[in-house]
Every structure is written in structure tokens, then in C-alpha cells.
Design a protein around this ligand. Structure first.
Ligand code: GTP
Ligand code: MG
Length: 558
């Protein structure tokens, strides 16, 4: 009888041949699993005396492991019987067998404790709708490094990790915990020290962590070493990859998709490793170097794709330029909304123009620029552009890839810097935005500071008084629509900074020009008594006898 039982047991190596990575990346993996419990085919006595054998099958589609046969995995005594020998759910792997049985170790990731009905519900509830797609909420663990000299950092490590958690939530992950280490500089091999790596490994096992996210961009070497240290089943990624992932989920237009794809490929290129190491594994290590060759092939393919994407983006850029040139032929100032992500830029655009841009309490809701005409109560008009928000540690690959979009900002007449003044880190966010603006060579463009979400602030009256004392700062609530008239007046006032004074003769028979000028510029009637006129202007006017009736300050654009 004993021999008969062993005939269904396959060697442990079956599990090691199994491409676990492929399936760990499938978010449905855990919930779709059924565990076949062969112990039901044996008598109760045998169940007690021998380790039962199980096999892993995918729900409805047959066997997932390399053969139809089972692999021996030690399971806990609480394994319940099921009528058909197929146990739906998860079983426990006995820890003490993990060392001696490689199959148990590998299976541990997928073969978990039998969940109680409520836990099973919880697993189901880990499927979340994100950006119109159903995603499985992977369990994520966050890791950061606090520089010993923190004065150079805009955000403290706790603040930065809190923001990373928000990013993870936006990407559809479930953050289970976080940790950080104080270092003068990150460890070049593993970003954090070996003690911290061990601590995180323990946390991974305790929480069943599926993804570890690092708060800074990791080098390809660090990424590789950490993946090795944590074991192949845990995905390691960094802040940059997470932001790229969010952008990828959000990209709704061809332009945005192209830009994100380019940024992703440029990020991936130096990190292309391991993807093909399974070739060496499958051939029993006989063709060493085969994987390496394949990496070279992959890199070449990726470089070719990057080239194609760049070309495509160039045509997008040209199209954008043509559109902007056309727009400039209508002399109307362009005002761009800039600011930290989630500050309320799109809400403000919607309020002022009746546009229907997506505005929601998540990071990076907007990727594509939207421009709308704003007509003020006094009949004057300007164009208002809403665009992608910024964040601290914005990946450089992303800034480079989004050049076409960001050119909108650097070619504006006025920047409206929208700030969520109710945010505890408002000041740091302002600095982070200023940093990106200087990278875009946009620091010299006139700027209006808008303290938004005043309705949400603890001390709105105090803030309003403070704003009055500051130059070019106004308070609004884009959500409630308060302060919008003041906003428009302030924009008009600030636009004067980018206007060019023109002295012109307007003949009587071209009088209709004045209405256009009224719309887009400032027109002053000649008044001999006005002291503000420059002497050169007075001279110009005085020398003209009959034709000139008006002098115009006219918007020329930048
Ligand atoms: N209480 C309050 N909430 C606001 C105000 N303005 C915007 N919000 C909310 O803040 C969240 C973000 O608003 P968005 O307009 O999407 O912010 P955004 O700056 O466009 O964000 P990104 O597109 O991600 O850069 C939304 O939930 C808005 O409803 C405001 O004045 N008061
Ligand atoms: Mg937005």
C-alpha cells in the first residue's frame, strides 16, 4: 500500500522547473487556484501516516504544473475533506519541511493557509476597479532611505513614504507596511544594509507581501540583488517604475500612450536581465550564455522600438506645434495651470470654462493638456491650459518623454501655480514644482500663485489675510467656485507683465480693429493730462496731427 501511494508522488524538481515568475505576475493567480488533495483517495489511516500529495490546477483550465501529476507538499492537519477530492481554496505548508523540500518552499507562495470564509471574501475584495480596469490589489511593502543630511531633501522620509503609499494606492496596490533606514548614502549594492534586507524578508513572509517598492530610483544592479535576496516570487520595483505604471494606466490618448511607452522602454533598457534565464534553466544549464545572448537580442529589439516611438512622437510634436502656431495667429494670451498633482488644476479649469476634464482625488488624473477659452465678465478673454501635475522626484525619463506636452507650459504668457493650501506639505510641494519649472526653463515666465482648497483649510481667514500681504497670491476654492472673479482679475493684471506696449495709429476707417484689441489687450484713450505716459509716447503722439485717436497696449504673446 505504501508503494502504491508513492507512485503518485513526483520528485521535487517538478516545482523548480515550473516558471513561477510567470504566474506570480498574473494577478489572478492565487484566487484561481484549486488544490487537489489526493489524501481523500486514501484511507483515513494512511492520511495520518503519510504526507498527502497535492497538485496545483488552474480553475477550469486543467493542470498548471508542468505535468498532470502532483508534487509532494506537506500540508497541515486542518486540511478538510472535500467530496470530489478537489479542495477549493488554500492549504497550509508546514514550515519545518521547507528546508528539506524545495517544492514546499516554492509552493509556499501560492499554497497558503486555508482561508476562513471571511478571508476568502477578503481575497475576492482585493479585485478593484482602477481606471476602468479590474486589477488585483497586490500586497505592497514600502522601503525608503533617510539621508543622514536630511537638509538637502524637500520631504522628510516619513512624508516621502506617505506619498509613496498614495502612489501605490493610485496604482491599485494594498500597502501593508513600510520601513526606512538612516544612511549617509544608499548602499550601492542593495540600496539598504544587509540587516534591513533580512528584516524586510521577515516582513514579506509575515504579511505575504507580493511587491516591495523602494522610494528612490534603484540601479539595475540594486534591483537584481534585491530580487535575489527576497526570492524570485517577490516583485521589486522603485518609485519611478510605480509612477510609470500609473501613467500607463492613465494614458487615454495616443500621444500620452506613446510618451509613456517611450519612458517605460528607456527605463527598462538598462534593466533587461533575467527575462531569459529560464532558457538556461530548462536546458539544465548546458547552454550557459544563451540567456545572455538573448538579452542582447532583446536590447536590440527594444532600441529599435525606442527609435520607432521617437519618430512617432516627433510627428505628434510637429502636429502640436502646428496647432500652437495656428492658435498664436489669434492673438490671445495663453495661461497655463501648473502645480503639484491633485492640487485642483482640472477642477479650476472645469469651473471657469464648463469643461469636463476628469478631476478626482487621485494622483495624476490628468496626462493630456486641455485648452479652453475663458471669457471674463468685462468681455476680455484668455486661453487656459490644464496639464499634467508634478511630483517630487519626478522621473527624468518621464519629463523627457513628455516634452511635447510640457512645451505647452514653457510657451505660455502666464503660469498659474495652483497650490493645495490645505495640504500639510504645501510649502514643500511649491518647492518641488518650482524645481521642475526651472528644469523646463520656465522659471522666467510671469507667475500667479493660487492658494486653492481654502474651504478645506483649518484657518481660511488667516490665510486670506496672509495672501493679501503677499504679492501675486490669491485664495480660491475651485470646488465651491469662490474667489473666481478675483482670480480672473488677477490673471488680467498679471498678463500685463507679458504684454508689449505698442504705439499705433489707427485710422478712422479701421475703427473695427478696436473691438479685437479690446478683447485681447488693453486700450487707452488718449488723455493729454495723463502723467503715466512716457515722454517718447507723448512725442510720438504729439507729432501726429489728425489720424491717431487712440494708443493701444496690445498683447503680442511670448
Ligand atoms: N475641498 C476642495 N477640494 C478640491 C478643491 N479643488 C479640487 N478639489 C478636489 O481635489 C481633488 C483633485 O482635484 P483635480 O482637479 O483632479 O486635481 P489636479 O491638480 O488636476 O490633479 P492631477 O490631474 O492629478 O495633477 C478632487 O477630488 C477635487 O474634487 C477645492 O477647492 N476644495
Ligand atoms: Mg488634473
Amino acid at each position: 500500500m505504501t508503494l502504491c501511494f508513492h507512485s503518485v508522488v513526483k520528485p521535487y524538481t517538478l516545482f523548480s522547473q515550473f516558471d513561477f515568475n510567470r504566474y506570480t505576475r498574473n494577478p489572478n493567480f492565487t484566487t484561481r487556484f484549486l488544490i487537489q488533495d489526493y489524501s481523500n483517495n486514501l484511507s483515513r489511516n494512511r492520511h495520518r501516516r503519510f504526507k498527502p500529495s497535492i497538485r496545483v490546477v488552474e480553475h477550469g483550465t486543467g493542470v498548471l504544473s508542468p505535468t498532470d501529476d502532483g508534487t509532494e507538499v506537506s500540508i497541515g492537519s486542518q486540511v478538510p475533506d472535500s467530496d470530489d477530492g478537489v479542495l477549493q481554496g488554500l492549504v497550509d505548508v508546514v514550515e519545518e519541511d521547507a528546508g528539506s523540500a524545495p517544492a514546499s518552499v516554492l509552493a509556499e507562495k501560492f499554497v497558503k493557509k486555508k482561508a476562513s470564509p471571511s478571508e476568502e471574501d477578503g481575497d475576492d475584495s482585493r479585485f478593484k476597479l482602477r481606471n476602468g480596469r479590474e486589477v488585483f490589489e497586490e500586497k505592497a511593502y514600502l522601503v525608503g532611505v533617510a539621508r543622514k543630511d536630511e537638509s538637502e531633501e524637500l520631504f522628510s522620509i516619513e512624508e516621502s513614504l506617505k506619498e509613496l503609499a498614495q502612489l501605490a494606492d493610485t496604482a491599485g496596490l494594498m500597502v501593508v507596511d513600510s520601513t526606512y533606514q538612516k544612511l549617509s548614502t544608499p548602499n550601492p549594492k542593495t540600496y539598504i544594509g544587509s540587516g534591513k534586507v533580512a528584516e524586510i524578508k521577515t516582513a514579506i513572509n509575515a504579511y505575504g507581501v507580493e511587491t516591495v517598492i523602494f522610494d528612490d530610483e534603484l540601479s539595475p544592479g540594486q534591483l537584481r540583488n534585491l530580487e535575489k535576496a527576497f526570492g524570485g516570487n517577490v516583485r521589486v520595483c522603485d518609485r519611478t517604475a510605480l509612477i510609470l505604471d500609473i501613467f500607463d494606466q492613465r494614458a487615454a490618448t495616443r500621444e500620452a500612450s506613446l510618451q509613456v511607452a517611450l519612458a517605460q522602454m528607456e527605463y527598462q533598457l538598462p534593466r533587461l536581465t533575467k527575462m531569459w534565464t529560464h532558457l538556461e534553466r530548462q536546458s539544465g544549464g548546458k547552454v550557459k550564455g544563451m540567456g545572455e545572448k538573448q538579452i542582447e537580442v532583446d536590447k536590440r529589439i527594444l532600441r529599435t522600438q525606442i527609435g520607432i516611438l521617437r519618430k512617432d512622437l516627433e510627428s505628434v510634436r510637429k502636429h502640436r506645434k502646428q496647432y500652437r502656431t495656428r492658435r498664436l495667429s489669434v492673438p490671445m494670451p495663453v495661461v497655463s495651470l501648473v502645480g503639484y498633482t491633485n492640487a485642483g488644476k482640472s477642477t479650476l479649469l472645469n469651473q471657469l470654462t464648463g469643461a469636463d476634464v476628469l478631476a478626482e482625488d487621485r494622483l495624476f488624473a490628468t496626462l493630456d493638456p486641455t485648452t479652453r477659452r475663458v471669457q471674463m465678465k468685462n468681455g476680455k478673454e484668455f486661453l487656459l491650459t490644464d496639464t499634467v501635475g508634478f511630483i517630487q522626484k519626478l522621473p527624468t525619463t518621464l519629463v523627457a518623454a513628455f516634452r511635447a506636452t510640457l512645451e505647452e507650459i514653457s510657451e505660455s504668457s502666464l503660469l498659474v501655480h495652483v497650490i493645495d493650501i490645505s495640504h500639510p506639505l504645501a510649502e514643500q510641494q511649491i518647492d518641488a514644482v518650482e524645481k521642475v519649472l526651472s528644469e523646463l526653463d520656465a522659471s522666467s515666465i510671469p507667475k500667479l500663485m493660487v492658494w486653492n482648497k481654502i474651504d478645506k483649510a483649518n484657518n481660511p481667514e488667516e490665510l486670506k489675510l496672509k495672501a493679501k500681504d503677499l504679492e501675486d497670491t490669491i485664495c480660491i476654492s475651485a470646488l465651491e467656485g469662490s474667489g473666481l472673479d478675483e482670480f480672473c482679475n488677477a490673471v488680467q493684471e498679471k498678463l500685463k507683465d507679458s504684454m508689449v506696449w505698442v504705439e499705433a495709429l489707427v485710422p478712422f476707417d479701421k475703427g473695427e480693429l478696436l473691438s479685437t484689441i479690446h478683447q485681447v489687450g488693453i486700450h487707452r484713450k488718449w488723455d493729454t493730462g495723463e502723467r503715466t505716459r512716457s515722454s517718447s509716447f507723448r512725442k510720438a503722439f504729439d507729432t501726429d496731427e489728425t489720424n491717431m485717436r487712440n494708443t493701444i497696449s496690445y498683447f503680442f504673446g511670448r
